[in-house]
Design a protein around this ligand. Structure first.
Ligand code: FES
Length: 294
């Protein structure tokens, strides 16, 4: 799997220079000395950590298109003291706070709910906040999600993923409304059970990143978007016309029929959604709909 680095565009704009003032020189000298002291502290800390048995080595992908000297992708090594229950996200936060404040990654909820910290850990798509360091072989290699443009370090551009999600029109649309303005639109227990797993998607993009078909076909809707279509198409409250339209969307050239049932999406999904099964079920639904035998 490859990590995609967007092409650099050369900056041609020239800025006018009047020469730095004495104040500027003093400030930049102060900054330089502070940076030197920080680097020295970090180097000492890293040296101490290296010899500690309870320290884990992390090799973290780095890339910053906006800073001179950091535009070449590379791996930085961080030594992080292991603590019981430590997750990959905890380790990254430690490395950022202790060694390099420019280390960039997304995170928010820290409990596998927001889906913002999916990354490639030791060769597999994982949520950093849900992955225990004790379950990993060291040195732990951390990279951004493959098959997506890298914005900076471990942050990838999710725009394409969101476009695909939007393409299946992920919202509920019914033909009938219950009597009474405040009446709930009820669903049977059996139907709720059927769609239960599909509602667990947290939009992390791990499935899309693991899918070889999506890697080769940029227009493929992808497992997450198809699962989202499943969530609504299989909901008994969805209107018949809407379901028909939804089946047409997922049957398009880059829809369900592209899936080669490789199960990679199902394997990496941090919420255990049976994505491949859902895609197959939608294929069956599409066939039934077209042949009208049922
Ligand atoms: Fe929210 Fe990991 S930080 S899913």
């Amino acid at each position: 799997m490859s990590t995609q680095i967007p092409k650099q565009t050369e900056k041609t704009e020239e800025t006018e220079h009047e020469g730095p003032s004495q104040g500027d020189v003093r400030r930049s000298e102060k900054r330089r000395r502070a940076a030197e002291r920080r680097e020295q502290r970090q180097a000492e800390e890293a040296e101490r950590a290296k010899t500690d048995d309870d320290t884990v080595e992390f090799r973290v992908f780095r890339y910053d298109p906006e800073v001179e000297g950091k535009q070449e992708p590379r791996f930085d090594t961080f030594y992080v003291p292991f603590t019981k229950g430590m997750t990959v996200l905890d380790a990254l936060i430690y490395a950022r706070d202790t060694y390099d404040s420019s280390l960039t990654f997304r995170h928010s909820c820290r409990q596998a709910v927001c889906g913002s910290d999916a990354m490639f850990v030791n060769g597999g798509q994982k949520l950093a906040c849900k992955t225990q360091v004790s379950d990993l072989e060291a040195p732990v290699r951390i990279e951004p999600l493959p098959h997506a443009d890298v914005t900076k370090d471990l942050v990838v551009d999710m725009e394409h993923f969101y476009d695909q999600m939007e393409a299946v029109e992920p919202y509920f649309d019914t033909d009938e409304y219950p009597d009474g303005e405040l009446e709930e639109q009820r669903q049977t227990r059996a139907n709720r059970e059927k769609i239960k797993m599909s509602t667990r998607c947290i939009w992390c993009g791990a499935c899309m990143s693991s899918c070889n078909v999506a890697a080769g076909d940029n227009e493929y809707l992808g497992p997450a978007a198809i699962n989202k279509a499943y969530r609504f198409a299989m909901d008994e409250r969805e209107g018949a016309d809407r379901k028909q339209e939804r089946l047409e969307i997922i049957e398009q050239e880059h829809g369900v029929w592209r899936c080669q049932t490789q199960f990679s999406c199902t394997e990496v999904c941090p919420k255990d959604i049976p994505l491949t099964e859902h895609i197959q079920e939608l294929k069956r639904e599409a066939v039934k709909n077209n042949l009208k035998f049922w």
